[in-house]
Unconditional design. Structure first.
Length: 742
């Protein structure tokens, strides 16, 4: 495409994504795409045993390769002040102390890093590094290891445990979910550049530049302002960029060691053990109700895998405390250490897993009660108060989500008796489930800058991992100021911009929107102040009375007065107007509880000959408060639901338990949902702003798009074939096996 055509597209893009043209033309730069002078390339060497100790690392052969500059090992490395003692390593809570230990915790753990003039040199040399290990016994099998770890009460019981143990309507079942891997399209990469002794530039794939900045300031004992982190384009995260992984530190150490900028990009196979995953889990749920479907009590037990060097808890039981008004409740959990890398948050973390068990069990209860699963839920959802804190929900419209979703799927066509609708080789069934997420918010800053020509730049350090944060910021600035969208530029993903929290936990827009909203309003007020120097009518103008156009400011109640920005800037002797605003949660959090929620409805076909599950229709309705940009929000919801389809039907990080090796660690071996697996997903919203959460009324959406997906599908499969599938993924072999026992 020629430059003129490109510019033409740019000028014609009022409604789309602010970064759309950059993304589709390739001009937007992802971490690994920056060009830095004098840069060299790093490649990690991974351990070939799952447990033990490094006895020796032979690097001589690798060093002879032309172009090799240096090879980092735990015996040959630059100083990292924040990790120079065992105690500091522990305090740093960095996770894997890369190149600071001779211990091996998992197969694939980086033990050396080759730095060379080209990627090819580094890759070849890395293959020549030879490590010898003292091998120890290891455990990678979650199923057997979980038996050795005892559950612990989480200390938040409700009511009384014995009171409901012998009720006639009881479900008591176990659920297993395999580990899922985020696998964002863009692989994690870092270019580390020490621009001085204690000044560092990082081009890095992550979900929070300020978090990266703080971490390296701590590790290298240098002021935060000496570190600049760029993550201007991020090709997906799903949680994998919420913490700083060992390879990022490796690249920074490498750059220090060789005194040159170093680029390190993980390979796809390395991504399976270097940037976290949704941990495999086991759950038991026992729940009971009275004969009219009033839920009486629940016991929710959960175990998730973790690594032997870190204790990660996925928070699986949290959602059980959130959705229903169980008068009696007990939750217990445990983490199961294995010789694998540490898992982390993955889209809808904890809740996704927990809700699969909870919503499967509720569905099962509905069949026992001979009650419509929709009615059972509507009867028991805690719509007024947070069941734990008893604080009133600020807004909560899960009931409306359910009503809408039922209409969208055509719930009336569902047969209450499973396995009764058959078309040729296909069983047909309907299922539904709900999900919730605490609607969080953190302090965020944004700046708005106006130039003489009336154009605006809105800035925040927050990354946009593909969710549409930048577009949402433009939408808000446009809505408040009235200035055309094509005159509003967005800058983000750079730690030098006004600081913001990481983009995660569905808090991105709900945090930064408040700052953009306030900054836009303050700009209007400020412009009126400046305009009053030219025309006295603007003095003390009320905010509602201020009207901005692309060229000038005027008053709504007096159309004859108007001051052009050009004149306003000149008379006030301004080069630009810049306002920086912070927005943070306050006392409203003591008065209200906040949540987002969604209902998932699904129609499936299950093939009796092949065991294939075909999702015919998936409808998702969410309450995310005010929807700032319907398109971006709907994309988030349907994208999340596709992830949910993968989790339900195909995703599994396969491990050879005898060798401790990941065996499906590439995009051919790891099956996930592609276009042919997903129907057009119908998405709708409740569109009611939350008046208390922040000035914009947006509650956050990312997580609730996936949370109810798996149980909605599994419940539909039950309705289709009359067999309850309690282990994910529900692959065709499992269906065939189940059907053969029917
Ligand atoms: Mo998400 S797990 O909050 O990136």
């Amino acid at each position: 495409m020629g430059l003129l055509e490109l510019l033409n597209i740019r000028s014609k893009r009022p409604e789309g994504r602010v970064e759309g043209v950059e993304k589709v033309t390739g001009s937007g730069k992802y971490a690994a795409e920056y060009e830095v002078k004098n840069m060299c390339y790093a490649v990690l060497v991974n351990s070939t045993v799952p447990s033990g100790k490094i006895q020796s690392i032979l690097v001589d052969k690798a060093k002879e390769v032309e172009g090799v500059i240096d090879i980092i090992t735990h015996l040959h490395k630059p100083s990292v002040p924040g990790m120079d003692t065992e105690e500091k390593i522990k305090q740093s809570r960095f996770g894997l102390p890369i190149f600071h230990t001779d211990k091996i915790f998992f197969k694939g753990q980086p033990v050396a890093m080759v730095i060379a003039e080209t990627l090819e040199d580094a890759t070849f040399a890395a293959s020549l590094v030879e490590a010898e290990y003292q091998k120890d016994s290891f455990e990678v099998d979650f199923n057997s290891a979980k038996e050795k770890v005892a559950l612990k009460a989480e200390g938040k019981e409700r009511g009384n445990f014995d009171s409901w143990q012998n009720l006639p309507f009881t479900v008591d079942q176990q659920y297993n979910i395999k580990a899922d891997v985020h696998n964002p399209m863009e692989m994690h990469a870092t270019i580390a550049h020490w621009t001085g002794n204690d000044t560092l530039k990082l081009y890095d794939k992550n979900q929070g530049v300020n978090n990266v900045q703080r971490t390296f300031a701590r590790l290298f004992s240098i002021p935060e302002k000496n570190i600049q982190v760029f993550s201007e384009f991020v090709g997906g995260g799903f949680g994998s960029g919420l913490r700083i992984w060992p390879h990022v530190l490796a690249s920074v150490m490498g750059a220090k060691q060789v005194g040159r900028p170093v680029k390190l990009m993980l390979t796809r196979p390395q991504m399976f053990a270097a940037t976290g995953y949704r941990p495999a889990s086991w759950q038991r749920i026992k729940l009971a109700s009275d004969p009219s479907g009033n839920l009486s009590g629940i016991l929710h037990q959960a175990k998730n895998e973790t690594s032997v060097y870190e204790n990660f808890n996925d928070g699986i039981t949290r959602v059980t405390r959130l959705i229903y008004k169980f008068p009696n409740l007990k939750t217990e959990a445990a983490n199961v250490p294995l010789n694998l890398s540490t898992p982390t948050w993955m889209r809808g973390p904890g809740d996704c897993t927990g809700v699969f068990a909870l919503e499967s069990a509720i569905d099962e209860l509905s069949y026992q009660l001979k009650m419509d699963p929709v009615a059972l839920r509507l009867k028991n959802i805690s719509l007024q108060n947070h069941p734990d804190s008893n604080l009133p929900w600020s807004t909560h419209f899960l009931d409306e989500c359910i009503d809408k979703g039922a209409k969208m799927i055509g719930w009336n066509a569902r047969k209450a008796t499973p396995s009764t609708v058959i078309e040729g080789d296909w069983y047909i069934g309907y299922g539904m489930a709900v999900g919730m997420w605490n609607a969080g918010r953190a302090e965020a800053k944004a700046a708005i800058i106006m130039s003489k020509d009336g154009s605006l730049v809105v800035q925040t350090a927050m990354t946009d991992i593909g969710t549409g944060t930048g577009t949402g910021m433009q939408n808000i600035a446009h809505e408040i100021t009235g200035i055309s969208k094509n005159k509003i530029n967005i800058e983000l993903g750079n730690s030098a911009l006004p600081p913001a929290p990481s983009q995660g936990g569905s808090t991105g827009l709900s945090s930064v929107s408040g700052a953009v909203y306030d900054a836009s309003n303050q700009l209007k007020q400020k412009l009126a102040e400046y305009a009053s120097l030219v025309n006295g009518s603007f003095k003390g103008a009320a905010l509602e009375n201020i009207l901005l156009s692309d060229k000038s400011i005027s008053l709504k109640n007096n159309s004859t007065v108007s001051v052009s920005y050009e004149e306003l800037f000149e008379k006030n002797n301004l080069a630009e107007i810049r306002l920086e605003v912070a927005s943070k949660p306050g006392s409203e959090r003591e008065k209200f509880a906040f949540c987002s929620s969604a209902a998932h409805f699904c129609k499936v076909r299950v093939n009796k000959r092949t065991g294939k599950v075909k999702i015919e229709k998936l409808a998702v309705v969410a309450d995310g408060g005010k929807i700032i940009n319907s398109q971006a929000a709907a994309n988030q919801m349907s994208g999340a639901a596709v992830g949910g389809i993968g989790m339900t039907l195909m995703e599994e990080n396969q491990i050879d338990a005898k060798l401790g090796t990941l065996i499906g660690n590439d995009l051919a071996g790891y099956h996930f949902a592609v276009n042919a697996d997903a129907p057009i997903i119908e998405v709708d919203f409740i569109h009611k702003p939350d008046p208390n959460i922040n000035p914009s009324g947006a509650k956050g959406l990312g997580e609730v798009g996936i949370i109810g997906t798996a149980p909605a599908i599994a419940n539909a499969i039950y309705n289709a074939i009359g067999i309850r599938m309690r282990d994910l993924p529900i692959t065709p072999d499992k269906i065939l096996m189940a059907l053969s026992h029917k």
